[in-house]
Design a protein around this ligand. Structure first.
Ligand code: PHE
Length: 443
């Protein structure tokens, strides 16, 4: 028997948990800081509403209609053509490859969490080891992170994914709000709030900014790779998909904006306490320099009871990463369980084993492979898969079947503005936007 989410809230928290990840808490604020502050936020919101939300609905709709893993789902909406399956295989491969680098980063977050925890009993040598990058540490924690991911996925849809999302997502929101309040009281935070809220409108129409905002919103909503399709396939036919989609976007964007309110002021607090926040090129430090150099330097300056702050911060990162990684793993697991008849636990563990091998390869060839894997999957594969979803829904899948599926849980949809616009929109506008962005990124 296929799993189902047991409640509406369960689905919303699981899908929002997939969406809310390192992309929100790390990627979004650093993009904001280096792309004109509120101007980026504005373009991001527009991109999410105009492009990402319609694609999200399309992906969830395919999943719920087919009630199957991505490979079978695309096969079904293509009207039983064997080439339909290709999109499913490609998505599954991309989801697995994203997991292979995501688990490395998730492992770093766990290592840093442990680093601050072990200072409580005073294990300073261990703490130093945990905080310095080494192949050994990276391998161990990457494996630990994958093991946690597999453990949750082994529990199944409602007893694993849903149950843990329901526990972790509220905790994530509480931690982030408390951290925002704390950082706001520190010296220098005001400057960060100012930078965050004042848009530099000269940047709003720059192609680069629009492309970055589009990529960010695709990644952040976990689009294209089959996670939203699989989660969609576990939604009851009684639910209104359009509303569920709005909720997921709302939580995802909300947490991204909250993360900005945490990270951007924190950068300026670090500066006020004498930490260098600019790179040699004059740009604001972003990426791992920010998370593993600037912020720890800031934490070190806090002293005393403030040890709780870095613990809360890295716990937040681990939680965000974990609720996303389980959704990535669910894509190949759902396929192996349904198509190959594997037991869920065996599927989860063996797929994580293969992913760990790929992660190890990346760890051993870090300089060459890490950023390559990120751009291959998120800058190329993900937008192209988004384009494929639009092609399936706009050009291949029968309109009547779409309507009857979307009507389930939403009987009035046929007369709504949404149904008048969306089909045309997904057919012409969304593919065009993706193609334009894609062509631009090549020149
Ligand atoms: N949305 C996640 C984040 O923001 C990343 C992700 C991508 C999750 C693709 C699942 C699939 O970090």
């Amino acid at each position: 028997m296929r799993g189902l989410f047991s409640s509406r809230l369960g689905f919303i928290l699981a899908a929002a948990g997939s969406a809310v990840g390192l992309g929100n808490i790390w990627g979004f604020p650093t993009q904001v800081a280096s792309n004109g502050g509120a101007a980026f936020v504005l373009v991001y919101l527009v991109m999410t509403a105009l492009l990402a939300y319609p694609v999200l609905v399309a992906e969830m709709l395919i999943g719920r209609y087919a009630e199957a893993n991505p490979v079978d789902a695309y096969f079904k909406v293509s009207g039983g053509k064997p080439w339909g399956r290709v999109a499913g295989y490609w998505g599954m491969l991309t989801a697995s490859l994203i997991l292979s680098f995501y688990a490395i980063v998730g492992g770093w977050m766990m290592a840093y969490l442990a680093k601050y925890l072990v200072t409580i009993p005073g294990w300073n040598t261990v703490s130093t080891w945990l905080g310095s990058a080494s192949v050994g540490r990276n391998l161990i924690f990457c494996l630990g992170f994958l093991a946690l991911t597999a453990t949750i996925v082994c529990g199944g849809v409602s007893q694993g994914i849903e149950r843990w999302s329901k526990r972790l997502m509220p905790l994530l929101i509480v931690i982030i709000v408390l951290l925002i309040i704390y950082v706001a009281t520190l010296n220098g935070a005001g400057e960060g709030w100012r930078v965050y809220w004042i848009p530099d409108f000269s940047l709003v129409f720059k192609a680069d900014l629009i492309i970055s905002a589009m990529g960010q919103s695709f990644f952040s909503l976990s689009l294209g790779v089959g996670t939203m399709l699989v989660y969609g396939s576990y939604i009851s036919k009684r639910e209104n998909l359009l509303n569920l989609g709005v909720w997921v976007v709302f939580v995802d964007v909300g947490v991204a904006i909250l993360s900005g309110l945490l990270i951007v002021p924190a950068i300026y607090v670090a500066q006020a306490s004498g930490i260098d926040i600019y790179q040699e090129s004059g740009q604001l430090i972003s990426g791992d320099g920010l998370i593993f150099t600037v912020l720890p330097a800031l934490f070190a300056n806090m002293g005393g009871l403030a040890i709780i702050v870095p613990i809360a911060f890295f716990a937040l990162m681990v939680i965000a990463a974990l609720t996303s990684s389980i959704s990535m793993l669910e894509v190949p697991v759902s396929y192996s369980v349904e198509k190959k008849g594997l037991k869920r636990s065996l599927a989860a563990v063996s797929i994580c084993g293969v992913i760990f091998l790929i992660s190890s390869l990346i760890i051993f060839n870090f300089e060459r492979m890490f950023s390559f894997m990120i751009s291959l999957t998120t800058e190329y594969s993900q937008p192209l898969l988004g384009l494929l979803i639009c092609i399936f829904v706009g050009w291949i899948w029968s309109r009547d079947q779409q309507l009857s599926e979307i009507k389930q849980g939403n009987p009035q949809v046929e007369d709504s503005l949404f149904w008048r616009i969306w089909p045309v929109y997904v057919k012409y506008i969304c593919p065009l936007l993706v193609i334009m962005a894609f062509v631009h990124s090549f020149i």
